[in-house]
Design a protein around this ligand. Structure first.
Ligand SMILES: [Zn+2]
Length: 255
């Protein structure tokens, strides 16, 4: 038997109907005003007082509209972005994304300021077309909330783990003495002076190619553990380490 939830709050049905339907307040708004959790209020509406909830009506409407044909037409053929479709349907991009996934439609990356102009969006008006950089930059470097604060041991441990390390900070950051320019040149020569990820040449790279340690252990300087990379690809290998590890393992083995 299902356990019945205790009725902790004495709520009046007529009062709720008045707030919700006549004053047109949202559930969130009412829950804030009454200082009761949203989920509790939702439970009262749905299961105790049986008051029809608007969002459910909206969800039902969306389900009717967001058919495969509709999404293929708007998203794939007309190449509209999710945000525009969402705006038209007066919903968020979440359901759109959900249904696209459901129908196995590949989802394109969306840039936040695409198709927006100074006239239609206040952020573009404020930051300009290259606003994404400005927006990003507002919390990096000097403006970062952690600027000037040394990371704690715990944070360092987490950073190490998140990068695929063992949790001991800086354990592999010391280069061995044998990792010198001769060795690096051997690696570049073996890789024919081309980046092993994007294939760009040393000339295109604008400087000597970097030598990347496949297993991220800077002490492991066998030729097998080193590949030549351009600056931009080398930067990429800092994150998503498991991916790059298996990528290079396959690459070297198939050589
Ligand atoms: Zn590259």
């Amino acid at each position: 038997m299902r356990k019945k939830r205790g009725l902790k709050y004495s709520l009046d049905k007529q009062f709720l109907i008045n707030e919700y339907n006549n004053k047109n307040k949202s559930l969130t708004q009412i829950s804030k005003e009454l200082k009761i959790p949203f989920a509790t209020l939702y439970h009262y509406f749905r299961n105790i007082f049986h008051i029809p909830i608007r969002s459910i009506v909206i969800n039902w409407r969306l389900k009717e509209i967001l058919t495969k044909e509709f999404l293929i037409q708007e998203y794939v053929i007309k190449k509209r972005i999710m945000r525009d479709i969402a705006k038209e349907l007066k919903c968020s991009v979440v359901p759109i994304r959900k249904y696209l996934k459901l129908y196995n439609v590949p989802i394109r990356k969306e840039v936040w300021n695409k198709n927006l102009t100074k006239e239609t969006d206040e952020r573009v008006a404020k930051y300009g077309r290259s606003g994404s950089k400005t927006l990003k930059g507002t919390r990096t470097g000097k403006n970062s909330p952690s600027f000037g604060i040394a990371p704690t041991e715990e944070t360092r441990r987490k950073i190490s783990l998140s990068k695929g390390g063992t949790g001991i900070p800086y354990e592999y950051t010391e280069y061995g003495s044998e990792f010198d320019s001769d060795l690096k040149e051997q690696v570049r020569l073996r890789d024919r002076y081309k980046c092993r990820i994007c294939g760009c040449s040393q000339l295109e790279n604008g400087q000597q190619l970097d030598c990347h340690h496949i297993d991220y252990n800077k002490k492991n300087t066998t030729l097998k553990n080193l590949v030549a990379l351009c600056v931009s690809c080398h930067r990429k290998t800092n994150s998503n380490r498991q991916h790059w590890l298996s990528y290079f393992c396959k690459l070297v083995l198939s050589k």
